[in-house]
Design a protein around this ligand. Structure first.
Ligand code: PLP
Length: 371
């Protein structure tokens, strides 16, 4: 076995059901940007739609087109667009386009006119994240332009949405401020004669902790993949879908006094046995984990010894009473005793980045689902 991520589609389906229960009457959009947080956008999307999600969210038109090419017909929103993106293809494939500026709206309208089709747009209003989204100063102008385009039959307004800056801090007043600004933005659109068909604000964290922010739909990403969006509040019955694993390439003795791996940062105090795991930083095992993490192998946590290299690292088996042998599976992270959150804690990052890390030579395999 080459190093692989195993993606459990049954876990994805379970997580969708958890999210649907929390969403109540609100619809669930499955966020499958960045190739489904590195779980594979197409399979995740198909699984999520079968389990109760009704829409899909991505950041780029290219990502949306890949889902369409796989035969997915559900509504797809792409929300991180520029002024010269391939709007013609997006309109032809019925991709809903997020608008963050007047210039983007004009570019979309030009593409719609050129192709003689109506573009479906969703306004992304900035309510305080100050990243993507229409700024409050430009918002009135965008509404005026949109009103004219809707009147002319060039564009259809589907929805209005915004994104939270501190959704993972459920009680932070910034969430209330963003909710209030969002409500004001909805009112302004209605006043301008542009009632949206639906409005949405919540990410995974808000879906699970702030029922007052659900509106008509929630946009769930990380929870779909089984990772808690608010680690301090527990797991919310979510199941991690990704396991990152590799099989042992070599088992050998290391004598007392010998150093292990580049720089000999670890030196054996006594005779021991080590296992070589053939996966390294080129495959997504962050080098700063060196000497600080463990894998699950032979029924126990086995600590890494010395530096993580480009293609490999070494773990300690002690006297190898468990009889670990070449070909045995070492789990780097997954659902059990070694978790993506452990890496995140060690690296001072978030599990979102950890699951996005396996790459290159790492294969992906699916289990579960209706195959
Ligand atoms: C990524 C993203 C989401 C999903 O966020 P999670 O924290 O993963 O649930 C929702 N909305 C927008 C606009 C996003 O960019």
């Amino acid at each position: 076995m080459q190093a692989e991520t195993v993606v459990d589609l049954d876990a994805i389906a379970h997580n969708v059901r958890v999210l649907c229960a929390h969403a109540g009457d609100a619809a669930v959009m499955a966020v499958v940007k960045a190739d489904g947080y590195n779980h594979g956008a197409v399979r995740v999307a198909q699984t999520a739609l079968a389990a109760g999600a009704t829409e899909l969210g991505v950041t780029t038109i290219e990502e949306a087109l890949r889902l369409r090419a796989a035969g997915i017909t559900a509504p797809i929103l792409s929300w991180l667009n520029g002024n010269d993106d391939d709007y013609a293809s997006a309109i032809a494939e019925d991709i809903e386009l997020g608008v963050s500026s007047l210039a983007q709206l004009r570019a979309i309208a030009a593409a719609a006119r050129a192709s003689d089709r109506i573009a479906t747009v969703t306004l992304k209003v900035d309510t305080g994240l100050n990243r993507n989204g229409i700024s409050p100063t430009e918002y009135p102008e965008v509404l005026d332009a949109l009103h004219a385009l809707v009147q002319d039959g060039v564009v259809r307004l589907r929805a209005l949405f915004s994104h939270l800056a501190r959704g993972d801090e459920p009680r932070h007043p910034a969430n209330d401020r963003q909710r209030d600004r969002f409500t004001d933005a909805i009112a302004a659109a209605k006043d301008r004669g542009l009632p949206p068909e639906l409005v949405h604000l919540a990410n995974s964290a808000a879906t699970l902790t702030r029922p007052d922010l659900r509106f008509d739909m929630v946009r769930a990403g990380i929870a779909l993949y089984g990772l808690t969006p608010v680690p301090d509040l527990g797991e919310f019955d979510l199941r991690p879908a990704m396991t990152f694993q590799a099989s042992v390439a070599l088992v050998k003795a290391v004598a007392a006094g010998e150093g292990v791996s580049y720089g000999h940062e670890w030196v054996a105090e006594r005779d021991t046995t080590v296992a070589l795991i053939p996966v390294g930083y080129a495959d997504g095992v962050f080098r700063p984990l060196s000497g600080r993490f463990a894998v699950w192998l032979g029924g126990a946590r086995r600590p890494n010894l010395g530096r993580v290299c480009m293609d490999q690292f070494v773990v300690d088996l002690g006297d190898n009473a468990a009889g670990v042998a070449v070909g045995d599976t070492a789990v780097l992270f997954g659902a059990g005793a070694v978790r993506a959150q452990d890496w995140a804690d060690l690296l001072d990052t978030i599990h979102y980045e950890v699951v996005c890390s396996p790459r290159g030579r790492v294969a992906r395999r699916y289990v579960g689902g209706d195959r």
